[in-house]
Design a protein around this ligand. Sequence first.
Ligand code: PTJ
Length: 252
Amino acid sequence: MNSKDSHDIPPDHPRYESLKLRAKVVDAYKSGVLADSGLIAYGRGEAFDYLLGEETSSVAKKAIETAAATLLLAENPVISVNGNTAALVPEKVVELASTLDAKIEINLFYRTPERVQAIKKVLNDAGAAEVLGDEDDPKHITGLESPRSRVSREGIYRADVVLVPLEDGDRAQALVSNGKKVVTVDLNPLSRTAKTATVTIVDNLVRVMPQLIQEVKRLQLMGTSTLQDIVDGFDNQQNLQDSLKLMLESLS
Ligand code: PTJ
């Protein structure tokens, strides 16, 4: 079956959900939203997801809770959107941003003006009133060569916490070096991003976003000290080790 016929995937196919998601990313590639390397990154993610049994683990749930608390404690939270995120979960990005009162900023590894505009349209169509990242007068974060360093002065530049799903290691490192807390979603617990981030959720972004929104809504009712206790009680390196252990157990 060609991806052109994605709507023809039979619902009783044992890999129906997986095939539908594949069709979604292929369509996003064809419409210029996803980078060609985004397809490869997606495939790598699928392999790790297989090892997780394609389920959110209790280990990931702890990271999701901590991510929600970290975002709620932020003064200027920003959701950084790349091609893969725009392809997979645009509506959820918009919902999370409005729940948190966070900004949405397009920040790309393989940046072209055409891709920025294609992603902006996807986010606007999903309901985003404001999308940052295409300004003519960007600021630059140190530690990265241009154009990857470019950030919006109203967005990532002044953010204290940035949610950067499926990120490349250099940028996560640069954001941390610039004093920002980085929350990431990465199915690969061995990636540099996973190891560098402040909070890493080792799970599929498609499953994470609805749960993260739910956790933000639940924790919004709690006081600051409760949120701080959740953050203080979390050890990212330990959480990564626990995720890796789950994957290794699934192999034996
Ligand atoms: O849209 P751009 O130009 O910003 O480019 C985006 C990509 C993803 C191509 C770019 O950032 C890149 O090359 O990233 P990496 O270094 O391949 O890292 C992507 C990580 O995301 C890998 O560790 C994958 O395992 C992981 N990943 C892929 N799909 C998912 C995922 N993690 C969570 N959920 C997924 N659905």
